[in-house]
Design a protein around this ligand. Structure first.
Ligand SMILES: Nc1ncnc2c1ncn2[C@@H]1O[C@H](COP(=O)(O)OP(=O)(O)O)[C@@H](O)[C@H]1O
Ligand SMILES: [Mg+2]
Length: 335
């Protein structure tokens, strides 16, 4: 029962975040196809639920993921004993390229590391990582209210912005927050007065607390956030990481793409899929997804769920001609 209720806490609340951090579904045991066929109905259902859970939590470490993770770890270490001049990170790129996945994993790994180290920030009652998203058209008070809502603090209309800011920074000090992740930062289009004030409120909060800040959002460079005098200040304190689709332009790039395919294949847990079989579809998957990890994961998950439902238990893709035939009417309808 508690589980079902907890399920409804979004990631941008301390309950939802804590559940995300502790969620670690085990890989279901590898079984042969004969063992699969011999499973009773209830074992089959249990096994399939475990596979779906494992598959959807399956994170692969792409080169850009590793680079951003490494940079975040070194920023956290550099900022640990600093009160001023703390440096942060911006993760920017087109949609569905893994920005949210990367920054939330960084937060999860940091929390687990603190717990493992028995660091004060990893003790019960501590909240070493805060994750919030910027709502569209958000003013300064609404911006700080997102933090209050993460912690479950009251945000009634009469409380002043500065009281809210002080309350939030005091709570962050008490629960030893070390890392603040602000996602959907492109919603702060500083060409609007309200958003510029919200960006200033974030800066004020960052000055009042010890945490390292990571911003993530869609094409942040063109959101106006980094323009003008205010933007220059942000650029000088935040290291910009751009995420791009995979490329197939060189052997090195194709190798990176294939490594991701192999890692993702492993997370699908299909009983008749032999390790490496996915490489036969490498070029086709690249063409269909444009090298976007989000589209790739979506395509593979659909194919894996179909393979489980129709009992083929291996990845198959409709032939190119079938795909083209399917796409043609959709394109015609869309135009
Ligand atoms: N490193 C990764 N490993 C596995 N799946 C990933 C990874 N990065 C992204 N994904 C998948 O791609 C989808 C889109 O990623 P997301 O992080 O939401 O992109 P963005 O924030 O850039 O729009 C996610 O739902 C997730 O399934
Ligand atoms: Mg995102």
């Amino acid at each position: 029962m508690t589980d079902t209720i907890a399920h409804f806490f979004p990631l941008s609340t301390k309950e939802g975040w804590s559940r995300f951090v502790s969620d670690d579904p085990p890989r279901p045991p590898k079984i042969t196809h004969a063992q699969r066929q011999a499973q009773s109905k209830s074992n089959r259902e249990q096994y399939d639920t475990a596979r779906r859970q494992f598959m959807s939590g399956g994170i692969v470490r792409t080169p850009v993921f590793n680079k951003i993770l490494q940079s975040a770890s070194s920023r956290l270490r550099m900022n640990e004993f600093k009160y001023t001049g703390k440096l942060g990170l911006i993760v920017s790129g087109a949609p569905a390229l893994g920005k949210t996945t990367t920054v939330t994993q960084i937060g999860k790994l940091h929390t687990l590391r603190r717990q493992h180290q028995e660091h004060p920030a990893g003790q019960p009652g501590s909240i070493p990582v805060v994750y919030i998203t910027v709502p569209p058209a958000c003013g300064p008070k609404a911006m700080i209210a997102e933090f209050a809502e993460f912690f479950g603090l009251p945000t009634n209309g009469r409380i002043s912005q500065s009281t809210l800011l002080n309350t939030v920074s005091q709570v962050m000090a008490r629960v030893r927050t070390e890392l603040v992740i602000v996602d959907e930062i492109h919603n702060l289009n500083v060409n609007y007065r309200m958003s510029a004030d919200a960006s200033d409120a974030l800066k004020q909060l960052s000055e009042k607390c010890a945490a390292t800040f990571i911003y993530a959002g869609v094409n942040v460079e063109s959101s106006g956030l980094l323009d003008g005098a205010r933007g220059q200040q942000i650029s000088s304190r935040f290291e910009l990481h751009r995420v791009a689709p995979f490329s197939d332009r060189s052997t090195k790039h194709r190798d990176e793409w294939q490594a991701v395919l192999l890692d993702l294949e492993e997370t699908l847990c299909l009983t008749r899929q032999r390790d490496g079989d996915i490489l036969a579809h490498s070029a086709r998957l690249f063409a269909d997804t444009g090298g976007s990890i989000g589209r790739l994961v979506d395509t593979l998950h659909r194919a894996a769920l179909d393979a489980i439902d129709n009992r083929t238990e291996r990845l198959t893709f409709a032939s190119d001609t079938t795909m083209r035939a399917k796409r043609a009417p959709a394109l015609a309808a869309a135009s």
